[in-house]
Design a protein around this ligand. Structure first.
Ligand code: AMP
Length: 290
């Protein structure tokens, strides 16, 4: 594995490999098994695997955790190499943003809800940095986790709208044994918060089971159930609980008859966790093929 810090060097490394299938896994680092599952999928499907590790200041709000976001590039490099990465692209902020950028990528509508509503400007930052990475790496395939399902829909929309020659590959959420979705931010949780945080995945799973058994048919029932279930944990502060059509992210009344996302964002102390479940998922169909 080669670690590269500049755009120029990465481009010259990739130039002789342009006839191969290049896979990109964009991350903010502090790697865990969720990231590793994306790398493994890229390794299976591509000849060359590029992992980017970049904590992108543009996608953090002024009151958010950019400065204290966990970083450990040495550890990331060890994990990446073991997982089969060929190029680890870890640019400093000045390399990605040598000057204050005056250009940004905005994906409208899809970003009005869920995390877009509670984190204004977040998805502009995401779409802009992903567009930059796509231009730098020119990957054939790019791998994203469904833990950030809204991010997947936003990136897919950007790819279609701007004709990026990239296939977006959504990958399933990797969880701890007790159901908690893996996240670099889980390290912020105190023992008590960590134990109460399982309510997100447990609540979502319960909703899926109730829908399957025909006991729950309306979006409003799922929202009420989750709000009550999550609020039963004293350290949990709900940011949002919502049910939307997926991948369109438009409001729905019914939980049945079409694919929907049930999504939650909850704060434990200063840590904001998100999770979601897709109901009536056709497992074998990538988002981009719908
Ligand atoms: P991050 O470093 O948190 O920005 O995440 C980088 C990529 O890894 C994104 O596409 C995430 O959706 C994905 N990812 C993060 N956590 C998980 C997880 N638990 N399971 C699967 N993918 C994940």
């Amino acid at each position: 594995m080669k670690t590269v810090e500049t755009v120029k060097e990465l481009r010259s490394c990739l130039r002789p490999l342009r006839d191969r299938r290049i896979g990109l896994v964009p991350t903010m680092g502090y790697l865990h098994e969720g990231h590793v599952s994306l790398i493994r999928k890229a390794r299976e499907e591509c000849d060359v695997v590029v992992l980017s590790v970049f904590v992108n200041p543009l996608q953090f709000g002024p009151q958010e955790d950019f400065a204290r976001y966990p970083r450990d590039l040495e550890r990331d490099a060890r994990i990446a190499e073991q997982a089969g990465v060929d190029f680890l692209f870890a640019p400093p902020v000045e390399e990605m943003y040598p000057q204050q950028p005056l250009t940004k990528v905005t994906v409208s509508q899809l970003t009005d809800r869920l995390c877009g509503a509670s984190r204004p400007g977040h998805f502009d930052g995401v779409a802009t940095v992903v567009a930059k990475l796509f231009h730098i790496v020119e990957p054939d395939r790019a791998y994203f986790g469904m833990k950030d399902a809204q991010q997947v829909t936003v990136v897919e929309q950007m790819v279609r709208d701007l004709h990026f020659p990239v296939t977006v590959v959504p990958c399933p959420t990797v969880r701890e044994e007790d159901g908690l979705a893996l996240s670099s931010r889980n390290v912020y949780l105190s023992a008590e918060e960590r134990s109460q945080a399982t309510v997100l995945s447990a609540g979502l799973r319960e909703v899926a089971e109730k829908v399957k058994r025909g006991e729950m048919t309306l979006a409003s029932q799922a929202i009420d159930y989750l709000k009550r279930r999550i609020s039963s944990k004293p350290l949990a502060r709900i940011d949002y609980v919502d049910v939307l059509a997926f991948p369109e992210l438009t409001p729905v009344k019914e939980l049945t008859g079409r694919r929907v996302i049930v999504a939650v964002a909850v704060r434990f102390g200063s840590t904001r966790l998100i999770d979601n479940i897709i109901l009536h998922e056709k497992e074998d169909l990538p988002c981009s093929a719908r």
